[in-house]
Design a protein around this ligand. Structure first.
Ligand code: UDP
Length: 322
Protein backbone atom coordinates (compact mmCIF):
# COMPACT_ATOMS: atom_id res chain seq x y z
CA UNK A 1 0.00 0.00 0.00
CA UNK A 2 1.37 3.34 -1.03
CA UNK A 3 0.89 5.21 2.27
CA UNK A 4 3.44 6.78 4.55
CA UNK A 5 3.37 5.71 8.20
CA UNK A 6 5.25 7.03 11.22
CA UNK A 7 5.97 4.11 13.55
CA UNK A 8 6.76 5.59 16.95
CA UNK A 9 8.57 3.03 19.09
CA UNK A 10 9.27 1.09 15.92
CA UNK A 11 12.64 -0.26 17.11
CA UNK A 12 11.11 -2.13 20.03
CA UNK A 13 9.95 -5.72 20.25
CA UNK A 14 6.43 -5.26 18.91
CA UNK A 15 7.29 -2.14 16.89
CA UNK A 16 9.93 -3.96 14.85
CA UNK A 17 7.41 -6.63 13.90
CA UNK A 18 4.90 -3.94 12.93
CA UNK A 19 7.64 -2.32 10.82
CA UNK A 20 8.30 -5.65 9.08
CA UNK A 21 4.61 -6.19 8.35
CA UNK A 22 4.16 -2.68 6.93
CA UNK A 23 7.32 -2.89 4.79
CA UNK A 24 6.22 -6.29 3.45
CA UNK A 25 2.91 -4.74 2.44
CA UNK A 26 4.61 -1.87 0.61
CA UNK A 27 3.96 0.94 3.08
CA UNK A 28 6.56 3.69 3.35
CA UNK A 29 7.84 3.45 6.93
CA UNK A 30 9.56 6.04 9.09
CA UNK A 31 10.66 4.74 12.50
CA UNK A 32 10.84 7.23 15.37
CA UNK A 33 12.48 5.78 18.48
CA UNK A 34 14.76 6.97 21.27
CA UNK A 35 16.39 3.51 21.53
CA UNK A 36 15.90 3.54 25.31
CA UNK A 37 14.57 0.00 25.15
CA UNK A 38 14.55 -0.56 21.41
CA UNK A 39 17.55 -1.54 19.35
CA UNK A 40 18.99 -0.05 16.16
CA UNK A 41 19.38 -3.58 14.73
CA UNK A 42 15.57 -3.69 14.71
CA UNK A 43 15.40 -0.91 12.13
CA UNK A 44 14.95 -2.89 8.95
CA UNK A 45 16.20 -2.24 5.43
CA UNK A 46 13.73 -0.03 3.67
CA UNK A 47 12.69 1.95 6.75
CA UNK A 48 13.91 5.46 7.51
CA UNK A 49 15.09 6.03 11.07
CA UNK A 50 14.77 9.15 13.20
CA UNK A 51 16.23 9.02 16.68
CA UNK A 52 14.02 10.98 19.01
CA UNK A 53 12.03 11.01 22.19
CA UNK A 54 8.28 11.59 22.39
CA UNK A 55 8.82 14.16 25.13
CA UNK A 56 10.54 16.35 22.53
CA UNK A 57 7.49 18.23 21.26
CA UNK A 58 9.45 20.40 18.84
CA UNK A 59 11.07 17.40 17.17
CA UNK A 60 7.75 15.52 16.93
CA UNK A 61 6.20 18.56 15.27
CA UNK A 62 9.09 18.89 12.89
CA UNK A 63 8.97 15.23 11.91
CA UNK A 64 5.22 15.29 11.38
CA UNK A 65 5.56 18.33 9.11
CA UNK A 66 6.88 15.85 6.51
CA UNK A 67 3.29 14.64 6.25
CA UNK A 68 2.08 11.15 7.09
CA UNK A 69 -1.03 9.18 6.25
CA UNK A 70 -1.02 7.59 9.68
CA UNK A 71 0.82 7.02 12.93
CA UNK A 72 1.36 3.81 14.87
CA UNK A 73 2.26 4.60 18.48
CA UNK A 74 4.04 1.89 20.45
CA UNK A 75 6.58 3.89 22.45
CA UNK A 76 5.89 3.29 26.12
CA UNK A 77 7.27 2.05 29.36
CA UNK A 78 5.61 -1.24 30.19
CA UNK A 79 6.87 -2.73 33.44
CA UNK A 80 3.81 -3.04 35.65
CA UNK A 81 5.78 -3.33 38.91
CA UNK A 82 7.94 -0.30 38.14
CA UNK A 83 4.82 1.75 37.29
CA UNK A 84 3.61 1.25 40.88
CA UNK A 85 6.91 2.49 42.32
CA UNK A 86 7.61 5.31 39.86
CA UNK A 87 4.24 6.52 38.58
CA UNK A 88 5.88 9.85 37.72
CA UNK A 89 8.05 8.14 35.09
CA UNK A 90 5.00 6.49 33.54
CA UNK A 91 2.91 9.67 33.74
CA UNK A 92 5.60 11.51 31.81
CA UNK A 93 6.67 8.92 29.25
CA UNK A 94 3.35 7.32 28.56
CA UNK A 95 0.66 9.94 29.16
CA UNK A 96 2.51 13.18 28.36
CA UNK A 97 4.38 11.48 25.51
CA UNK A 98 1.12 10.32 23.93
CA UNK A 99 -0.47 13.75 24.33
CA UNK A 100 2.55 15.26 22.59
CA UNK A 101 1.92 12.87 19.71
CA UNK A 102 -1.79 13.73 19.52
CA UNK A 103 -0.95 17.44 19.61
CA UNK A 104 1.64 17.12 16.86
CA UNK A 105 -0.87 15.14 14.79
CA UNK A 106 -3.54 17.80 15.29
CA UNK A 107 -1.07 20.58 14.41
CA UNK A 108 -0.10 18.82 11.20
CA UNK A 109 -3.51 17.51 10.14
CA UNK A 110 -2.53 13.87 10.51
CA UNK A 111 -5.76 12.11 11.22
CA UNK A 112 -5.16 8.43 11.81
CA UNK A 113 -3.50 6.66 14.72
CA UNK A 114 -3.20 3.01 15.72
CA UNK A 115 -2.34 2.80 19.40
CA UNK A 116 -0.77 -0.04 21.31
CA UNK A 117 -3.01 -0.47 24.33
CA UNK A 118 -3.24 -3.37 26.73
CA UNK A 119 -5.58 -5.82 28.41
CA UNK A 120 -4.28 -4.12 31.58
CA UNK A 121 -7.01 -1.48 31.05
CA UNK A 122 -9.60 -4.02 32.22
CA UNK A 123 -8.05 -4.75 35.60
CA UNK A 124 -9.24 -7.85 37.48
CA UNK A 125 -11.43 -9.82 35.08
CA UNK A 126 -15.06 -10.11 36.16
CA UNK A 127 -15.47 -12.80 33.51
CA UNK A 128 -13.40 -14.48 30.79
CA UNK A 129 -12.96 -14.37 27.90
CA UNK A 130 -12.90 -10.59 28.19
CA UNK A 131 -14.71 -8.65 25.49
CA UNK A 132 -14.47 -4.90 24.92
CA UNK A 133 -17.67 -4.31 26.97
CA UNK A 134 -15.95 -5.55 30.11
CA UNK A 135 -15.69 -2.76 32.73
CA UNK A 136 -12.50 -0.73 32.52
CA UNK A 137 -10.88 -0.63 35.95
CA UNK A 138 -7.09 -0.79 35.75
CA UNK A 139 -5.44 -2.02 38.94
CA UNK A 140 -1.94 -0.80 38.20
CA UNK A 141 -0.60 2.57 37.08
CA UNK A 142 0.72 1.15 33.79
CA UNK A 143 -2.80 0.02 32.85
CA UNK A 144 -4.13 3.41 33.92
CA UNK A 145 -1.71 5.20 31.57
CA UNK A 146 -3.05 3.12 28.65
CA UNK A 147 -6.62 4.01 29.62
CA UNK A 148 -5.78 7.70 30.06
CA UNK A 149 -4.36 7.74 26.53
CA UNK A 150 -7.46 6.00 25.17
CA UNK A 151 -9.60 8.67 26.87
CA UNK A 152 -7.54 11.41 25.27
CA UNK A 153 -7.93 9.76 21.88
CA UNK A 154 -11.69 9.58 22.48
CA UNK A 155 -11.75 13.34 23.13
CA UNK A 156 -9.54 14.22 20.17
CA UNK A 157 -11.87 12.08 18.07
CA UNK A 158 -15.03 13.79 19.42
CA UNK A 159 -13.43 17.14 18.70
CA UNK A 160 -12.76 16.23 15.10
CA UNK A 161 -8.97 15.93 15.24
CA UNK A 162 -8.28 12.21 14.89
CA UNK A 163 -9.68 8.75 14.28
CA UNK A 164 -8.00 5.95 16.20
CA UNK A 165 -7.90 2.22 16.65
CA UNK A 166 -6.73 1.21 20.08
CA UNK A 167 -5.44 -2.35 20.08
CA UNK A 168 -5.64 -3.97 23.50
CA UNK A 169 -2.93 -6.61 23.46
CA UNK A 170 -3.05 -9.70 25.60
CA UNK A 171 0.32 -11.54 26.02
CA UNK A 172 2.62 -10.91 23.04
CA UNK A 173 5.19 -13.68 22.48
CA UNK A 174 7.35 -15.13 19.72
CA UNK A 175 9.60 -13.68 17.02
CA UNK A 176 9.25 -13.38 13.26
CA UNK A 177 9.56 -16.85 11.75
CA UNK A 178 12.27 -15.77 9.29
CA UNK A 179 14.58 -14.70 12.12
CA UNK A 180 14.83 -11.22 10.59
CA UNK A 181 14.28 -9.47 13.91
CA UNK A 182 17.17 -10.11 16.23
CA UNK A 183 17.08 -7.37 18.84
CA UNK A 184 16.35 -8.79 22.27
CA UNK A 185 14.74 -6.91 25.09
CA UNK A 186 17.10 -5.76 27.81
CA UNK A 187 16.12 -6.74 31.38
CA UNK A 188 12.96 -8.53 30.32
CA UNK A 189 10.16 -8.75 32.86
CA UNK A 190 7.87 -11.11 30.96
CA UNK A 191 7.64 -14.86 31.21
CA UNK A 192 8.80 -15.95 27.74
CA UNK A 193 12.05 -13.92 27.51
CA UNK A 194 12.85 -14.87 31.10
CA UNK A 195 12.42 -18.55 30.25
CA UNK A 196 14.65 -18.08 27.20
CA UNK A 197 17.36 -16.47 29.31
CA UNK A 198 17.21 -19.51 31.60
CA UNK A 199 17.28 -21.84 28.59
CA UNK A 200 20.43 -20.16 27.28
CA UNK A 201 22.03 -19.96 30.72
CA UNK A 202 22.01 -16.17 30.79
CA UNK A 203 20.29 -16.61 34.13
CA UNK A 204 20.42 -19.49 36.54
CA UNK A 205 16.75 -20.20 36.65
CA UNK A 206 13.37 -18.61 37.17
CA UNK A 207 10.31 -18.74 39.36
CA UNK A 208 6.75 -19.65 38.56
CA UNK A 209 4.69 -17.16 40.51
CA UNK A 210 2.01 -19.17 42.31
CA UNK A 211 0.79 -22.73 41.95
CA UNK A 212 -2.35 -22.47 44.05
CA UNK A 213 -4.58 -20.56 41.65
CA UNK A 214 -8.03 -21.82 40.80
CA UNK A 215 -6.90 -23.21 37.44
CA UNK A 216 -6.36 -26.74 36.21
CA UNK A 217 -2.69 -27.00 37.23
CA UNK A 218 -2.72 -24.18 39.77
CA UNK A 219 -0.62 -21.76 37.69
CA UNK A 220 -1.92 -18.61 35.97
CA UNK A 221 -3.58 -18.85 32.59
CA UNK A 222 -2.90 -16.23 29.91
CA UNK A 223 -3.74 -15.64 26.26
CA UNK A 224 -0.41 -15.83 24.38
CA UNK A 225 -0.49 -14.28 20.94
CA UNK A 226 2.28 -14.39 18.37
CA UNK A 227 3.83 -10.99 17.73
CA UNK A 228 3.53 -11.39 13.93
CA UNK A 229 -0.21 -11.88 14.36
CA UNK A 230 -0.29 -8.73 16.46
CA UNK A 231 1.71 -6.91 13.80
CA UNK A 232 -0.71 -7.95 11.09
CA UNK A 233 -3.57 -6.42 13.09
CA UNK A 234 -1.79 -3.04 12.94
CA UNK A 235 -1.73 -2.96 9.15
CA UNK A 236 -5.36 -4.11 9.06
CA UNK A 237 -6.23 -1.35 11.54
CA UNK A 238 -4.50 1.31 9.43
CA UNK A 239 -6.30 0.13 6.30
CA UNK A 240 -9.57 0.10 8.20
CA UNK A 241 -9.05 3.70 9.31
CA UNK A 242 -8.22 4.84 5.77
CA UNK A 243 -11.29 3.11 4.39
CA UNK A 244 -13.94 3.58 7.04
CA UNK A 245 -12.80 6.56 9.10
CA UNK A 246 -14.15 5.04 12.35
CA UNK A 247 -12.59 4.73 15.79
CA UNK A 248 -12.54 1.52 17.82
CA UNK A 249 -10.98 -0.21 20.80
CA UNK A 250 -10.25 -3.82 19.89
CA UNK A 251 -8.89 -6.79 21.86
CA UNK A 252 -6.06 -8.80 20.36
CA UNK A 253 -5.73 -12.31 21.70
CA UNK A 254 -6.30 -15.83 20.47
CA UNK A 255 -9.09 -16.68 22.91
CA UNK A 256 -7.09 -19.71 24.01
CA UNK A 257 -5.72 -19.88 27.53
CA UNK A 258 -2.36 -21.49 28.34
CA UNK A 259 -1.00 -21.91 31.86
CA UNK A 260 2.51 -20.92 32.95
CA UNK A 261 3.25 -24.59 33.60
CA UNK A 262 2.08 -25.52 30.11
CA UNK A 263 4.39 -22.87 28.64
CA UNK A 264 7.30 -24.21 30.66
CA UNK A 265 6.55 -27.83 29.70
CA UNK A 266 6.15 -26.91 26.02
CA UNK A 267 9.44 -24.98 26.12
CA UNK A 268 11.28 -27.96 27.60
CA UNK A 269 9.99 -30.10 24.73
CA UNK A 270 10.97 -27.56 22.08
CA UNK A 271 14.49 -27.00 23.44
CA UNK A 272 15.01 -30.66 24.38
CA UNK A 273 16.21 -30.07 27.92
CA UNK A 274 14.94 -29.45 31.44
CA UNK A 275 14.69 -25.91 32.74
CA UNK A 276 15.76 -24.85 36.19
CA UNK A 277 12.75 -23.33 37.97
CA UNK A 278 10.94 -23.34 41.27
CA UNK A 279 7.56 -22.26 42.54
CA UNK A 280 7.38 -18.94 44.32
CA UNK A 281 4.75 -16.72 45.90
CA UNK A 282 1.99 -15.28 43.75
CA UNK A 283 2.92 -12.01 42.05
CA UNK A 284 0.67 -9.23 43.43
CA UNK A 285 -2.08 -8.17 41.03
CA UNK A 286 -1.98 -11.31 38.87
CA UNK A 287 -5.44 -12.59 37.96
CA UNK A 288 -5.78 -16.39 37.78
CA UNK A 289 -7.02 -16.29 34.22
CA UNK A 290 -6.96 -13.69 31.48
CA UNK A 291 -8.15 -14.54 28.00
CA UNK A 292 -9.53 -12.45 25.16
CA UNK A 293 -12.76 -12.54 23.31
CA UNK A 294 -11.37 -11.49 19.93
CA UNK A 295 -14.67 -11.54 18.04
CA UNK A 296 -14.52 -7.79 17.40
CA UNK A 297 -11.06 -8.03 15.83
CA UNK A 298 -12.43 -10.63 13.46
CA UNK A 299 -15.60 -8.69 12.67
CA UNK A 300 -14.11 -5.21 12.26
CA UNK A 301 -10.60 -5.96 11.00
CA UNK A 302 -11.10 -9.38 9.42
CA UNK A 303 -8.21 -10.48 11.66
CA UNK A 304 -7.53 -13.99 12.82
CA UNK A 305 -4.38 -15.33 14.44
CA UNK A 306 -2.30 -17.65 12.25
CA UNK A 307 -0.33 -19.08 15.16
CA UNK A 308 -2.52 -21.24 17.37
CA UNK A 309 0.02 -23.79 18.60
CA UNK A 310 2.05 -22.62 21.57
CA UNK A 311 4.97 -24.94 20.72
CA UNK A 312 5.22 -23.41 17.26
CA UNK A 313 5.28 -19.95 18.84
CA UNK A 314 8.03 -21.01 21.27
CA UNK A 315 10.03 -22.43 18.34
CA UNK A 316 10.10 -19.00 16.70
CA UNK A 317 11.89 -17.71 19.80
CA UNK A 318 14.21 -20.69 20.24
CA UNK A 319 15.26 -20.54 16.58
CA UNK A 320 16.96 -17.22 17.31
CA UNK A 321 19.09 -18.88 19.97
CA UNK A 322 20.37 -21.85 17.97
N1 UDP B 1 5.39 -15.32 35.36
C1 UDP B 1 6.10 -16.26 36.11
N2 UDP B 1 7.46 -16.07 36.28
C2 UDP B 1 8.13 -15.02 35.73
C3 UDP B 1 7.41 -14.08 34.95
C4 UDP B 1 6.05 -14.26 34.78
O1 UDP B 1 5.52 -17.21 36.64
O2 UDP B 1 9.34 -14.91 35.94
C5 UDP B 1 3.95 -15.51 35.16
C6 UDP B 1 3.11 -14.34 35.64
O3 UDP B 1 2.79 -14.47 36.99
C7 UDP B 1 1.87 -14.48 34.74
C8 UDP B 1 2.45 -15.06 33.43
O4 UDP B 1 3.72 -15.62 33.79
O5 UDP B 1 0.97 -15.39 35.27
C9 UDP B 1 2.66 -14.02 32.35
O6 UDP B 1 3.37 -12.95 32.91
P1 UDP B 1 3.98 -11.78 32.03
O7 UDP B 1 4.71 -10.87 32.97
O8 UDP B 1 4.74 -12.35 30.90
O9 UDP B 1 2.71 -11.06 31.41
P2 UDP B 1 1.40 -10.42 32.11
O10 UDP B 1 0.39 -11.52 32.20
O11 UDP B 1 1.79 -9.87 33.43
O12 UDP B 1 0.98 -9.38 31.13
Amino acid sequence: MNKKILVIGGAGYIGSHVQKQLLDEGFEVVVFDDLSSGDIVNVLDGATFIKGNILDEALLNDVMKQGFDGVVHLAAKKAVGESMIHPEVYAKNNIIGAINILNAMANNNIKYIVFSSSAAVYGMPLYTPIDEKHPIRPINYYGYTKRAIEENMEWFDKLGKIKYISLRYFNAVGYHKDGCIRGKERNPQNLMPIIMEAATEKREGFSIFGNDYDTEDGTCVRDYIHVSDLAKAHSLALKNLFQNNNSYAINLGTGVGTSVKEIVDATEKVIGKKLNYSYAERRPGDPAKLTADATKAKEILGWKPEYTDVSEIISTVWNLEI
